[in-house]
Design a protein around this ligand. Structure first.
Ligand code: ADP
Ligand code: MG
Length: 731
């Protein structure tokens, strides 16, 4: 990692910030360059005067004329009514709040300049609360910028601050001219010029070109921004390439090592005795010593890998066999079979004599992984440890000891894995499941569990595929592996969108499924503002279903339940004893019960699209025909909102996670879509990866050349655009 950025020297007793200064900070405007890059939302034209004869309704117009009438109307709303005549027509000015000084300025006979939006109406042309100035002042020579702002920060303060920033900021060009020529942006629009222009455009400019950002000054800025993003990601990729990581290549014969006598091995895990390796097993394994664990796992799996799984496993094992840390994202739709890929990567790591860690975002999910992995790896003589926040102190101590001594070859757990107390003996591979649910800081923390000078390899998994353009820009420093095929034998899930008024029919259908020996998930929404409300919703549904389905075990699972209770409920469902599981979104990710064939989502209109898709992925895991019912309710409104309708429609129309992601991006826009990366700072402010694809291509091409040929300029460029945020973006 590069050293922290030098801090500008601060006076020892920093003066308290004033309100507007604090507001500037809130907008992220610290440095002169930050101010210079804070661009207007829109402009107002104060450069010219128009005649009332020429104005149209909706125009923002600046007019000079004489007051011909002024009165305070007392009936109804108290207001000041003024008639202005400019010789070509008249306009009524209306003020609902006014002061004696204003009345004086607007006395009959006074020449005034007013600016405001023109409205029609039966009284003729009208302006509400126009800005009033004495007539005859000098006109502005450029359009007046209107900036995005926050409470407590006036436009006039912001304009002055930005003007000062613009003058102070170092704006020498960092992009060599020959590169700019490739996209038709010659030095005519250098940075200083482009920025001055965008803050104060000449009055004759096409407002449309400013608004749709097609103006060359905008193009210049967008190109610069995309270049900064690509440069910073390439920098981090190259920095990583200089780091060393353990070489994880299969070394038959080295593993499995001799396990210690059983008595010395504390039992691990939510299910006792998982780590214990029976002597008989070890004995049975002896003739196989020459074979890698990897080969043995592959042979022992109850299914054949799909072609896509085989491909991504090869990509991963090649990566980790190199002495450079892997930084790879494994994406695959829900149910595509990512876990077995992680397991194979883990055994490749263990084969080479190193430890592997797998971190999952929730305890339920970690438990499932643990059970699955233990099922596969225990027969091979591999010790799997288990670490979560809810663990008893004694068990936890034992686990920590196993991890520190290196006896635990694989460690599965939740966030508990990244706490300070956790000392690995030789961690070489960290797998993060559902990576988008972890914050950047948490991912960095796992990476920092360094062993000596070596950095672990990092494999992140996600079921929310990232559309290509986003992958190219925001994840340019990641290698991506994609499982684009589901295991065979799955029947497609049929999705129905049903009005909550027909709830009884849905319950009848549940009865039918239960009679066929199937199981059902019923999900209630999580309402963030009120956990209590979630609970009511889920509890009521639970009561209703229990009553409607006599003789069927209906369980309830929600976020406030203590972990052991959650686990008990979950295990009743996994073992098939429980017919219906009512839950809030705790089962959102990763739960695997192949016998579950129906998913009902209540208030589906409140869920996001990718969340709905993830939930739906909990069914259709076995061979039975599966269905998903999206119950919606419009509440007091006559119908659903446009976006809610689009989401539900998308769900009914496709099962394909990539298509869902594409539509989600369309509905929400990249800003919100990427929100999961938990770093609004990572967002592009000016460029749009879809609209500006040609600039993105250019920046991608250019970044390596620029780093090689103009490293100092590249450094300066990244610093200008990203400041201290660059480090953060590398996570
Ligand atoms: P996800 O990608 O959503 O994490 P999982 O890893 O949980 O999916 O896999 C879903 C189910 O499919 C599991 O029961 C898993 O054992 C099974 N599975 C994975 N790969 C295959 C395969 N190649 N053939 C058949 N079943 C498979
Ligand atoms: Mg999974």
């Amino acid at each position: 990692m590069s050293p922290p950025l030098a801090q500008p020297s601060c006076p020892p007793l920093a003066k308290a910030l004033t309100g507007p200064q604090k507001a500037l900070r809130k907008l992220g405007l610290h440095r002169a360059i930050d101010l210079a890059l804070h661009l207007p939302l829109r402009y107002e034209d104060e450069t010219r005067l128009v005649k009332l004869r020429e104005v149209r309704e909706g125009d923002v117009a600046q007019v000079e004329g004489r007051v011909t009438h002024a009165e305070i109307k007392l009936s109804g709303h108290r207001q000041l009514l003024v008639t202005l005549d400019d010789g070509t027509g008249t306009c009524l000015l209306r003020f609902f709040t006014f002061y004696p000084s204003m009345q004086k300025a607007l006395a009959v006979g006074s020449p005034v300049r007013v600016r405001g939006e023109i409205r029609g109406g039966f009284a003729g042309l009208t302006m509400m609360h126009p800005v009033v100035k004495p007539a005859g002042g000098v006109l502005a020579t450029a359009l007046t910028p209107v900036y995005p702002t926050v409470a407590g920060l006036s436009q006039s303060y912001l304009r002055r601050a930005i003007q000062a920033g613009l003058e102070r900021a170092a704006l020498s060009d960092t992009v060599p001219a020959e590169y700019l020529q490739e996209i038709g942006l010659q030095s005519l629009w250098n940075m200083r010029k482009a920025l001055s222009f965008l803050h104060h455009p000449a009055p004759d400019v096409s407002l449309a070109a400013l608004q749709d950002h097609s103006h060359p000054a905008w193009q210049r800025l967008k190109a610069e921004e995309l270049l900064a993003q690509q440069l910073s990601q390439l920098q981090s990729r190259r920095e990583r390439a200089r780091l060393r990581a353990p070489v994880l290549a299969g070394q038959p014969g080295q593993r499995p090592r001799q396990p210690e006598p059983m008595a010395e091995r504390p039992a691990a895990g939510p299910v006792a005795d998982h780590t214990a390796v029976g002597e008989d097993l070890v004995a049975a394994a002896a003739p196989l010593m020459a074979q890698t664990l990897y080969a043995r796992l592959l042979a022992a799996l109850p299914f054949q890998l799909t072609a896509a799984q085989t491909r991504v496993v090869a990509e991963i094992t090649q990566d980790i066999a190199r002495p450079v840390p892997m930084h790879r994202l494994l994406q695959g739709d829900v149910g595509a079979g990512k876990t077995v890929v992680a397991a194979l990567a883990a055994v490749a790591c263990i084969d080479a004599g190193w430890q592997c860690a797998l971190m999952a975002p929730t305890e339920i999910l970690a438990t499932q992984h643990f059970a699955k992995l233990v099922g596969w790896l225990h027969p091979l003589g591999i010790t799997v440890a288990w670490l979560t926040g809810s663990q008893k102190a004694k068990e936890r101590r034992e686990m920590l000891a196993l991890i520190a001594s290196g006896q635990a070859q694989l460690v599965v757990g939740t966030h508990a894995l990244i706490q300070d107390k956790v000392q690995f003996k030789n961690l070489a591979l960290a797998v993060i499941d559902e990576q988008h649910r972890f914050g950047v800081a948490q991912r960095l923390a796992l990476r920092s569990k360094l062993v000596d000078e070596l950095e672990p390899h990092l494999l992140m998994m996600t079921a929310t595929p990232i559309p290509r353009t986003l992958a190219m820009s925001y994840y340019a420093d990641l290698d991506v592996s994609t499982i684009d095929e589901l295991p065979p034998g799955r029947t497609p899930i049929i999705t129905k969108v049903v009005n909550d008024a027909r709830r009884d029919e849905v319950i009848a259908r549940i009865r039918g499924q239960i009679e066929q020996g199937r199981q059902i998930y019923w999900v209630c929404p999580l309402i963030e503002e009120s956990e209590a409300l979630d609970l009511t919703n889920a509890t009521e549904t639970h009561a209703q279903l229990s009553e409607a389905l006599p003789g069927v075990m209906v369980g309830l699972l929600h976020s406030r339940m203590p972990v052991p209770e959650k686990k008990a409920v979950m295990s009743l469902f996994t073992t098939g004893q429980m017919g219906v599981l009512v839950s809030t979104t705790v089962i959102e990710v990763g739960v695997d019960v192949p016998n579950a064939s129906l998913m009902v989502i209540e208030h589906a209109e409140r869920f996001g699209l990718s969340q709905l898709h993830q939930l739906r992925g909990r069914v259709g895991r076995g061979a039975a025909a599966s269905a998903c019912v999206l119950l919606y309710s419009t509440g007091d409104a006559p119908r659903l909102s446009e976006t809610a309708r689009e989401r539900l429609k998308a769900m009914a129309e496709t099962n394909d996670g990539f298509e869902i992601a594409r539509r989600d991006l369309e509905i929400r826009g990249p800003g919100e879509f990427m929100g999961a990366r938990q770093s609004g700072d990572a967002m592009l402010r000016f460029a749009d990866v879809n609209e500006d694809a040609h600039l993105l291509d250019w920046a991608r091409r250019l970044a390596p050349q620029m780093l090689d040929q103009h490293p100092a300029l590249a450094e300066q460029h990244v610093l200008r655009w990203l400041g201290g945020k660059a480090e953060f973006l590398k996570a």
